[in-house]
Design a protein around this ligand. Structure first.
Ligand SMILES: [Mg+2]
Length: 132
């Protein structure tokens, strides 16, 4: 668990560090921050993006579905908590960090009760066609 926590902290820190550059081009990033990019967190508290929020939803779903003796992780045990965590994220007032339309559409389909495979947005050029 400690290694997972450290990995998630690193993810969140890097995400928050890069957040101000999310919609900038490389020349714009270089002009604003130099060739090394941002070196300090912006804001107090520095905010993560929807990417970390969704990664945390996955992490919490894995905790929720933690294997027990005779009940290992499987699609059947992981899907319900993953759906619940993604829907909680989608409804959260903290979901105000420029989430992609593909993620939001997939979460809306999950909320409407579609099966995971049907909730996806096939053909999307976004990185969240399975709400993640
Ligand atoms: Mg994002």
């Amino acid at each position: 668990m400690l290694r997972a926590t450290g990995s998630l902290f690193g993810l969140a820190y890097g995400d928050a560090l890069g957040k101000p550059t999310e919609f900038l081009s490389v020349p714009e990033i270089v002009a604003r921050y130099g060739h090394r990019g941002p070196q300090d967190l912006d804001g107090d508290p520095a905010l993560v993006t929807d990417d970390t929020q969704m990664a945390l939803a996955v992490a919490w779903a894995l905790v929720d579905a933690q294997p027990t003796e005779g009940r290992p992780w499987s699609a059947a045990t992981l899907e319900p908590p993953l759906r619940q965590r993604f829907l909680a994220w989608a409804r959260s007032p903290q979901n105000n960090r420029a989430p992609g339309q593909t993620c939001l559409r997939a979460c809306a389909a999950l909320e409407d009760g579609y099966r995971w495979q049907r909730a996806t947005v096939s053909g999307s050029k976004g990185c969240g066609p399975t709400c993640g």
